[in-house]
Ligand binder design. Structure first.
Ligand SMILES: [Cu+2]
Length: 438
């Protein structure tokens, strides 16, 4: 176990240290952060694929993707599927009472694309279907992934306040959700540490208030700690039974960091009496490359403590993606997670372990996307990724191997401006590039 972890600890050094030497960016007076999912921050020096325009005094932004994919996960718990992962997000911003009102909506038809049981993904866990925990599959996202309003307004000097309210949205817990991270823009799959890190991005009921300066933000949320139920079409009962707090820091346009804590009341419908505490820390780095490209990396630590069980179940993630001009992207992700037999739907007695025993599991993946059609309003690309998973000896029989592998080949359609130059969703020029400043 320890020896397997060692090489992964080298990855952060490679991903984060090298760009520091790459070039010294002149300090710009513009914003140091852009908006990630919910109220999270991402580095400002990053171009996200999307389209923006103005209409009737509203600054609009649209982004999303749809894949047509062949997913094959090997081994005894593997499966294969022809399907589609997809989501779209629309945002509109308008000045209001000396501040800015932003309305956000996000939707997905994953449930049609990858069935209500989701898509095969070795070692993935979280949520349930027909009373059975989903394992080695990633659940589909709800049709309505976000419906929320954000208002922020300068208060005094460099200090501003934010308020966010959403019947479906993301509380101030964890890093930016994977699908909105610049370091995972081209990786369609969820991290196997999703439910240790960023799974609360769809919570039925969120209220957040925060205070921020150009570099710091501190915020607190009340939200619904229950995971979405298996009916992906409905809006689950809205509750505010859980809470979270997060500190974010954006020292320059290239870096953001966050630390958060959350209490989740009864997250799992199959274990309603159990609650969770979650602690996360994250570091994101993005730099602009030539030809409108970017290089973005993220490191995340996330841990759960389960009520009635001592100790933490930890997870580590390091991921990186380089967008090399308008046609080629390469990406990779390495993860380590401590999962118990309940997470993986295994019988602890048959495995000779206690119910709280933590199995160290890991996954390392790499992928490539080639955009081969750049139309005015969309791009079409072809991508592929391969994953090697690592399970301990105790899980070898269950998985049929210590290193079961997974593959994904996908066509991907994205609604975006035809050229990279038109893709900045968030400011990256000195002074900030507002939507439609071009
Ligand atoms: Cu999710």
């Amino acid at each position: 176990m320890a020896s397997r972890l060692d090489y992964r600890l080298l990855l952060p050094a490679l991903l984060f240290a090298a760009p520091v030497c790459a070039r010294a960016q002149a300090a710009a007076p513009g914003p140091t952060h852009g908006e990630g999912s919910g109220t999270s921050w991402i580095p400002a020096a990053v171009a996200l694929p999307g389209r923006d325009w103005t209409t009737g005094g509203w600054s609009m932004m649209l982004h999303g993707l749809a894949t047509a994919q062949w997913d094959r996960q090997d081994g005894r718990r593997g499966n294969s599927q022809l399907g589609s992962i997809n989501w779209g997000m629309i945002m509109g911003g308008h000045p209001l009472a000396g501040g800015q009102l932003t309305l956000r909506g996000m939707a997905s038809l994953d449930v049609l694309g990858v069935t209500p049981r989701g898509y095969p993904l070795l070692l993935q866990s979280g949520e349930s279907y027909n009373g059975q925990p989903l394992h080695d599959r990633q659940h589909p996202h709800d049709v309505l992934m976000e419906a929320g309003a954000l208002y922020d307004r300068p208060l005094a000097g460099p200090v501003s306040v934010e308020f966010y309210a959403a019947p479906v949205g993301e509380p101030a817990l964890g890093p930016t959700a994977f699908m909105h991270r610049p370091s995972a823009m081209d990786n369609p799959t969820a991290p196997i540490g999703h439910h240790w890190q960023d799974a609360t991005h769809i919570s039925y009921g969120v209220v957040t208030a925060g205070v921020f300066t150009p570099r710091w933000k501190i915020e607190g949320s009340a939200f619904n700690g229950r995971e979405p139920d298996q009916n992906r079409w409905n809006i689950d009962p809205v509750r505010l039974d859980s809470y979270a707090g997060r500190v974010s820091y954006a020292p320059t346009a290239e870096w953001t960091a966050s630390a958060s804590y959350g209490f989740l009341a009864s997250p799992d419908a199959l274990h309603p009496q159990q609650s969770q505490h979650r602690i996360t820390g994250s570091l994101m780095r993005s730099i602009a490359l030539g030809n409108g490209g970017t290089w973005a990396s993220t490191a995340i630590w996330g841990a759960n403590a389960y009520s009635g069980v001592s100790g933490l179940a930890s997870s580590l993630l390091v991921e990186s993606e380089a967008v090399l001009g308008s046609r080629n992207s390469v990406f990779g992700r390495a993860e380590f997670v401590q999962k118990n037999s309940d997470d993986l739907a295994l019988d602890p007695a048959a495995l000779g372990v206690s119910a709280t025993h933590l199995f160290p599991v890991a996954a390392v993946s790499a992928g490539y996307v080639r955009e081969f059609a750049n139309w005015t309003h969309a791009t079409l690309g072809l991508g592929a990724m391969a994953t090697v998973n690592f399970v301990p000896v105790g899980l070898e029989r269950s998985y049929g191997s210590r290193t079961p592998v997974g593959f994904l080949v996908f066509f991907r359609l994205r609604p975006l401006a035809s050229a990279m130059a038109g893709m900045q969703m968030h400011g990256m020029m000195p002074g900030g590039m507002m939507p439609n400043a071009r």
